[in-house]
Design a protein around this ligand. Structure first.
Ligand SMILES: Nc1ncnc2c1ncn2[C@@H]1O[C@H](COP(=O)(O)OP(=O)(O)OP(=O)(O)O)[C@@H](O)[C@H]1O
Length: 406
C-alpha cells in the first residue's frame, strides 16, 4: 500500500500541509526541530490512532488551536480510500472514511498500515513490558482490525474490575458472610467472566502474532548483527500453571480451539489468585500483565544486551513486523524517523535493503548525507519559521547546492 496524498491542519508545528506522495522512497530533510518527525507521527496516528512519542493527544494539537486534522489518501492494491482523523482537545476524536463519518474512530484501523522505526524504539528492548505489549497489539490489530474493539472491551472491563477490587475491597474481604460482601463477590464473578472472555481473544491473537513474527525477527537480527548471538522472542504469560504446558512450546502452532482453552485457563487462574487480588486491590493476571521476552543466546536482552545489540534487536522487531505484514499480502508503509544516523554500516545497509524493496518508504533526516547511497529517493525540504503564535513548518524544495553541501 502507499499514501498518495497527505494533509495536516494544525497538527503540531504544521498549520497547513498538503503533499502528494509517491511509491518509493521520499526523504523529508531539514534542520533539527523543524517539523519532519511531525509528518511521520501524523501518518502513524492515522495508522494506529496513537503517537509513537506521547501517550496523550493534547501535544499533537498545534499550540493555540483546539483541533488537529490529518487526512491521508491510501492506495491498497489499486483501491483508494481517504481517511480523515480529527483530534480534538478535550473532546472525543472523530474520523471519516471517504468523507462519511464513522461511528468510532477505530473503524479506520487497517486502512493504512505502517511500520515506524524511530529513536524511541530502544525502549522496545530496554523499556517496560508495556512498550512490548503495545508493539504486539499494534501488529495484531494491523493484521486483524476487529481486534481494536476487543482490546477496547478488555481495557474497559479491566478498569471496571480494578475499580471494584479497590472500592469494594472491605466488603470483599468480609466475603460471603456479609450481604455487601456476597453482592460484591457476585459482581466480581460477572467481571471475571467478561475479563476472561475478552482476555482470551486478545491472548490468542498475541500468541499467534508472536508465533508468526518470531522467525522473521530471528532472520532480521542474523542479517543485521551477523557476529552476534541468535535472537529469539517468546511470549511470557501471566496465567502461570493454569496454562496447559504445550502453550510454552515456542514451536507450537496456534490451534482452532485455543480461545476456549485460554478462557478456561484464565478463569482458573483468576480463582487461584482471587484472595490476593482482593487483598491488593489490583488485577494480577491477564494480557495487561504479560510480556514479550527478547532473548539473545541464553540471556534476556533487557539488562544483558549492549547498546548496539539493543538497537539491532529493536530494528529486528520492526523489520520482522514489516516482513510479516508483507507476507500477509500487502506491504505496510515504512516510516523511518531519523534512524540512519543512529546505525552503523551493517545495520544501515540491512535497513536500506528492506527500504529498496518496500512499496513506500517515508524517511526523515537532518542532512542528506545520513541517507545511504543507492536509495533512489525524492527529497522534500522542511523548514520552520517563527510567527506570533509560535513556530510553523512548511515544505520547501531542496536545492542542488544543499545536496552538495550535505
Ligand atoms: N503542539 C505543538 N504546537 C506547535 N508546535 C509544536 C507542537 N508540538 C511540537 N511542536 C514543534 O515542532 C517542532 C519539532 O518538530 P519535529 O519533532 O518534527 O522535529 P524534527 O524536524 O523531526 O527534528 P529532529 O531532526 O531533531 O528529530 C518543534 O519546533 C516544536 O516546538
Amino acid at each position: 500500500m502507499f499514501v498518495r496524498s497527505a494533509s495536516l491542519v494544525d497538527f503540531r508545528s504544521w498549520k497547513q500541509l498538503s503533499v502528494d506522495l509517491e511509491p518509493g522512497v521520499t526523504v523529508f530533510v531539514g534542520p533539527n526541530g523543524h517539523g519532519k518527525t511531525n509528518v511521520l507521527e501524523a501518518l502513524g496516528y492515522v495508522s494506529t490512532l496513537s503517537s509513537h512519542r506521547v501517550s496523550t493527544d493534547a501535544p499533537l494539537v498545534r499550540t493555540g488551536t483546539d483541533r488537529a486534522v490529518v487526512r491521508a489518501a491510501v492506495v491498497n492494491q489499486g483501491r483508494e480510500l481517504t481517511v480523515d482523523v480529527e483530534i480534538n482537545n478535550g473532546k472525543a476524536n472523530r474520523a471519516k472514511i471517504n468523507g462519511s463519518p464513522t461511528r468510532r474512530p477505530r473503524e479506520i484501523l487497517g486502512i493504512l498500515n505502517t511500520v515506524l522505526f524511530a529513536p524511541e524504539d530502544l525502549a522496545l528492548v530496554r523499556g517496560d513490558p508495556a512498550e512490548r505489549r503495545r508493539f504486539l497489539d499494534e501488529l495484531l490489530t494491523a493484521r486483524l482490525p476487529r481486534m481494536a474493539a476487543v482490546r477496547a472491551d478488555y481495557e474497559r472491563v479491566l478498569r471496571q474490575r480494578s475499580a471494584l477490587l479497590k472500592t469494594a475491597g472491605a466488603a470483599l474481604r468480609r466475603g460471603q458472610t456479609s450481604t455487601d460482601g456476597s453482592n460484591a463477590l457476585a459482581t466480581l464473578d460477572v467481571w471475571d467472566a467478561q475479563l476472561a472472555a475478552f482476555g482470551a481473544q486478545l491472548l490468542e491473537q498475541r500468541l499467534r502474532a508472536v508465533h508468526d513474527v518470531a522467525p522473521f525477527v530471528a532472520r532480521s537480527y542474523a542479517s543485521i548483527a551477523p557476529g552476534s548471538r541468535p535472537a529469539h522472542v517468546a511470549y511470557r504469560c501471566s496465567l502461570g500453571d493454569a496454562l496447559p504446558p504445550e502453550f510454552s512450546d515456542p514451536d507450537r502452532a496456534p490451534a482452532d480451539d485455543d480461545v476456549d482453552v485460554l478462557e478456561a485457563s484464565f478463569l482458573m487462574q483468576l480463582s487461584t489468585v482471587r484472595q490476593r487480588e482482593i487483598e491488593r486491590g489490583v488485577c494480577l493476571v491477564g494480557p495487561h500483565r504479560d510480556d514479550l521476552e527478547l532473548v539473545l543466546g541464553a540471556d534476556p536482552a533487557k539488562g544483558f544486551a549492549s547498546h548496539g545489540e539493543s538497537w539491532s534487536f529493536a530494528l529486528s522487531l520492526r523489520l520482522g513486523a514489516f516482513e510479516l505484514l508483507r507476507s500477509d499480502g500487502s506491504d505496510p508503509v515504512l516510516l523511518l524517523d531519523d534512524v540512519f544516523a543512529e546505525l552503523d554500516r551493517t545495520r544501515r545497509e540491512a535497513l536500506a535493503a528492506v527500504a529498496r524493496t518496500a512499496e513506500q518508504v517515508l524517511v526523515t533526516a537532518a542532512v542528506e548525507a545520513d541517507i545511504p547511497g543507492g536509495l533512489d529517493a525524492r527529497h522534500l525540504g522542511v523548514r520552520a519559521h517563527d510567527i506570533d503564535g509560535g513556530r510553523v513548518s512548511e515544505l520547501t524544495t531542496v536545492s542542488g547546492d544543499e545536496r552538495e553541501d550535505a
